[in-house]
Write a protein of this length. Structure first.
Length: 156
């Protein structure tokens, strides 16, 4: 069992296919940007835009062991980083109404009808380096007394 001194970061976000990410990128980025500036790669386009804007976020590839070549490749669009004190996935405050709102805002594309919200531990995928902002975002969700015990602690 972990204590606040060993809080574990969990990522909450949306599982998106490349098609779904392309819809998102085409909506938020300038017309033609994905193709003209990022070689048609919506993940690279969104991640690069966040980096250019100094926004602490990422879209990560999901490399689950049950993935097969027939399945579309999926990515985790991170919405938040939340602490777990017992190693079990926390239950972040997320409403399915947010997905409905996004779907409507994007023009109700059929590809967005099956988007899923997930919570998963970091790092679940081997060899994926932790972004600099990971623990900072997790700490922002913690009570003040727990934050103090985390500062200077080695990573969980």
């Amino acid at each position: 069992m972990t204590t606040p001194a060993t809080a574990i970061p969990f990522l909450s976000g949306l599982v998106l296919t490349e098609t779904q990410l392309r819809i998102l990128a085409d909506y938020y980025l300038p017309s033609g940007a994905v193709d003209n500036l990022y070689s048609g790669d919506p993940v690279y386009a969104i991640n690069s835009t966040w980096q250019d804007l100094n926004k602490p976020n990422s879209i990560l590839p999901l490399m689950d062991t049950d993935f097969t070549e027939k399945d579309p490749r999926c990515f985790l669009y991170i919405l938040d980083v939340v602490p777990s004190y017992d190693g079990k996935p926390p239950k972040p405050n997320f409403s399915s109404k947010h997905l409905t709102w996004m779907w409507k805002k994007l023009g109700k594309p059929p590809a967005w009808e099956n988007v899923k919200f997930v919570v998963r531990r970091w790092p679940r995928d081997p060899g994926l380096p932790e972004p600099q902002w990971l623990y900072e975002r997790m700490f922002s969700k913690m009570p003040t007394d727990s934050k103090a015990s985390q500062l200077g602690s080695p990573q969980a």
